[in-house]
Ligand binder design. Structure first.
Ligand SMILES: *Cc1c(COP(=O)(O)O)cnc(C)c1O
Length: 381
């Protein structure tokens, strides 16, 4: 009976059949992640050459990838017919040495976004809660929608930093995960060691605390969160190769955690989650300390220039420990569009309800000079 029904429906191709009644309701309702506007799309729209467009919208490394990492990928490309090492052995052993942890404590992922998703696979579902700050990575609330869990959003403090006390108060028996983005995106503020220590001393055992440290290399000082892992607390430290290592297009990230959580995460991930080029690039990038150092130095010196320029333009900004800065421009959407018309892609913040702000990623000196000139024009327009 059923098979006849299917056959009949398939032949009657004038009838538009919707699968939606059979799909997960919570998936249908997801608001997809909105990335920075791509250069290629902007070039098409403006009839400009891609090379004439400056993108300072996704916190990418303007110095590019480490040449050593590029060479490693070229060497690996010849073996692209072979499956990658599903255990990412070389990368994980390198990361383990680097952070002085056991290899069984390292999970490798297709960017830290995937690691966030894998971690959510281990413990999120209906009737569970994830707690995070309002001004932190949007990926966490997206994951809650995907897993049918409740996203508990906690207001940031008046200085825009994470309110760890309020985050603790938001914890219930249903809380499974807390995400601390440090430094946090999109505002660039940080919580420091003493506050973190106090927080970790009070967080209940049934909760996993994940530290999303995508921008940690730019911060000074850099709090040590590995200590919580080493003490055996339910903590996960997430690092990405997308920012200071300049490998956003390759997709590489690592999580360092307890053996128990690492084992769960490894069960939850797909077998070949990290491709061979990404593994090779990440291994090589870890050795190129020079490139990392130059990338961080560039951001620190150019950030000072931005701050001085904002003062000159009479704009207030949020002091940032990342490679990006939030600046208050009045009508953010309008300024974003005016800059876009002039070939500079910035990031509007409407998604966060920060209508008066735009986020600028720190680029090369030339890119930043152009951005500041265009920003001044946009404000007058
Ligand atoms: C950019 C960013 C990441 C990195 O994501 P990948 O998937 O590794 O590219 C992670 N967390 C935050 C807060 C970020 O801004």
């Amino acid at each position: 009976m059923e098979s006849r029904l299917v056959l009949h429906a398939a032949r009657d191709y004038n009838v538009r059949m919707s699968i939606l009644p059979y799909a997960h309701k919570h998936v249908e309702k997801i608001h997809a992640y909105k990335p920075g506007k791509p250069i290629s799309e902007t070039a098409r729209e403006l009839h400009m050459r891609p090379d004439d467009i400056v993108k300072l919208a996704s916190n990418e490394n303007p110095l590019g990838a480490s040449p050593v990492a590029v060479q490693a990928m070229q060497n690996t490309a010849r073996d692209a017919n072979l499956y990658p090492d599903g255990s990412s052995h070389v990368l994980r052993s390198k990361v383990a040495k680097h952070f002085k942890v056991g290899m069984g404590q390292v999970v490798a992922g297709n960017g830290s976004s995937e690691l966030i998703e894998i971690l959510c696979h281990t413990c999120l579902g209906p009737d569970t809660e994830l707690v995070a700050a309002r001004y932190s990575f949007t990926m966490y609330s997206l994951m809650c929608q995907l897993f049918g869990a409740t996203f508990v959003e906690v207001e940031n403090k008046p200085d825009w930093s994470h309110d760890l006390r309020a985050i603790l108060r938001a914890v219930t028996s249903r809380t499974r995960l807390i995400f601390i983005t440090n430094p946090t995106n999109p505002v660039g503020t940080m919580v420091q060691q003493a506050e973190l220590d106090d927080f970790m001393a009070h967080v209940p055992e049934h909760v996993i605390v994940a530290f999303d440290e995508a921008y940690i290399h730019y911060a000074d000082p850099q709090p040590d969160t590995l200590r919580y892992v080493q003490r055996g607390q339910n903590a996960v430290v997430m690092r990405t190769f997308s920012k200071a290592y300049g490998l956003a297009g390759v997709r590489a990230g690592v999580a360092i955690t307890t053996e128990e959580i690492a084992e769960l995460m490894n069960k939850a991930r797909s077998p070949f989650n990290m491709n061979s080029l990404a593994q090779a690039a990440a291994v090589a990038a870890l050795d190129d300390e020079q490139h990392l150092h130059s990338s961080v130095q560039l951001v620190r010196s150019e950030m000072k220039r931005y701050e001085q320029a904002f003062c000159r333009l009479g704009l207030s900004y949020i002091p940032s420990q990342g490679n990006f800065v939030l600046v208050k421009v009045g009508n953010g959407e309008r300024v974003f569009n005016e800059c876009l018309k002039r070939g500079v892609i910035l990031r509007p913040m409407n998604g966060y309800g920060l209508h008066q702000y735009i986020r600028i990623s720190v680029g090369t000196p030339e890119q930043n000079t152009r951005c500041l000139r265009v920003l001044a024009e946009a404000l007058q327009a």
